[in-house]
Design a protein around this ligand. Structure first.
Ligand code: DCP
Ligand code: MG
Length: 365
């Protein structure tokens, strides 16, 4: 078996005309393998292995040079025994890494469908969205019904222009109740990404406590645009041990703030580049996934930091706080043993941790 055909087997979708292309692709092959394995272990709830592979993938992504041979990997941080073993497998065998989540991706790409449900449907023999829709034995949640209804819009990514237009709608709705409300787009867009899968917002009021009830008011203002919404509020008191985790597994477990996962209708005329666009059915709007999070002002900086991501950056920052500083960092605050270290801005939080401030655009780990 030639090197080329062996690598074709390893990664059939890459077009590799010659060996130098294969060699310069090594990094991507390993990165993908690590991502797949991280997902696999996340699915199987093996947090240790999952984090090990996520970190290894992140290290490879952050390299400023190209990995040309296996020696280039020596001495790299975060490449532990598990990841080295995988590198050896890639080096010596013909292996195709496919995670369950790749098999189930068609289903997990539906808003409201997680890996467990996707697995259930897959095991039932379902293989397409049409089959899922036609299966009368399935009981869909409201979220999944909305996910199926607006599927095509939701899987097409949101552009920065669209995010800004949604931002204006949300800002107008908030400011009708409190002209001083802070409304900030967070997540990938705050890190400078041009496209995302949703638009994340942190909304608060200058006075602590005034944010209570704001979410309901804003949602009632958005009735024309609101295609789906699921508000969450926590009735039980917040406890550090409950929430504080280096790697929250989902958006719900990230914090106890009032929040809402919604789908908004965005008129194309509000997005300058799409003003005259209509689809074949004459539809002149697009369904956009939006997350609204309402922390009180005294948690604002922590919530902003936590929701700005990236996920890996957040994990590493919390881990640094924990391991190096013996502090606990989450979306509500920073705790030095039992003392709450207050912060008005993200800069204050970095300073408490003894770190140089990083602009959101530098947090794309
Ligand atoms: N987040 C986290 N841990 C999770 C989920 C999310 O720390 N388990 C944080 C980091 C994310 C932010 O919340 O950046 C927003 O979540 P998204 O899933 O919307 O992620 P992004 O906005 O970064 O990416 P996308 O462009 O796909 O929306
Ligand atoms: Mg996002």
């Amino acid at each position: 078996v030639s090197v080329e055909s062996r690598h074709r087997l390893v990664y059939p979708t890459y077009k590799m005309g010659n060996i130098s292309v294969i060699v310069s692709s090594l990094c991507f092959i390993m990165q993908d393998a690590f991502d797949v394995l991280a997902e696999h272990f996340e699915f199987n709830e093996n947090k240790g292995h999952c984090l090990a592979f996520m970190r290894a993938s992140s290290v490879l992504k952050s390299l400023s040079y190209t990995i040309r041979n296996y020696r280039d990997l020596e001495g790299l941080a975060c490449l532990g025994p598990q990841t080295k073993a995988v590198i050896q497998v890639i080096r010596h065998c013909c292996v195709i890494f496919i995670s369950c989540s790749q098999l189930y991706f068609l289903f997990t790409s539906i808003f409201g469908v997680g890996l467990k449900t996707a697995e259930k449907w897959y095991r039932k023999g379902l293989r397409s969205l049409d089959e899922v829709k036609a299966d009368t034995s399935l009981r869909f949640t409201k979220m999944q019904k909305a996910g199926l209804l607006y599927y095509d819009d939701i899987i097409s990514s949101v552009s920065w222009e669209e995010a800004k237009a949604v931002g204006q709608i949300v800002k107008d709705a908030c400011r009708r109740f409190d002209p001083d409300a802070a409304v900030v787009i967070t997540g990938g867009f705050r890190r400078g990404k041009e496209f995302g899968h949703d638009v994340d917002f942190i909304i608060t009021t200058p006075e602590n406590g005034k944010e209570v009830g704001l979410l309901q008011k804003v949602l009632s203002e958005l009735t024309y645009q609101l295609l789906y919404h699921r508000p969450h509020s926590f009735s039980h008191p917040y406890s550090i041990a409950q929430v504080c985790s280096e790697s929250p597994t989902n958006l719900m477990s990230m914090d106890h703030f009032e929040k809402c996962f919604a789908i908004l209708k965005l008129k194309k005329e509000l997005v300058s580049s799409k003003q005259s666009e209509k689809d074949i059915n004459g539809k002149d709007w697009k369904a956009i996934r939006v997350d609204l999070v309402i922390p009180p002002m005294n948690c604002y900086a922590f919530a902003l930091l936590g929701w700005s991501g990236s996920r890996q950056f957040e994990r590493d920052l919390r881990r640094y706080a924990n391991v190096e500083k013996k502090m606990l960092l989450d979306n509500h605050g920073l705790y030095d043993k039992t003392t709450f270290l207050s912060a008005k801005t993200e800069e204050d939080i970095f300073a408490h941790l003894g770190l140089e401030y990083l602009d959101p655009s530098e947090r794309n780990a």
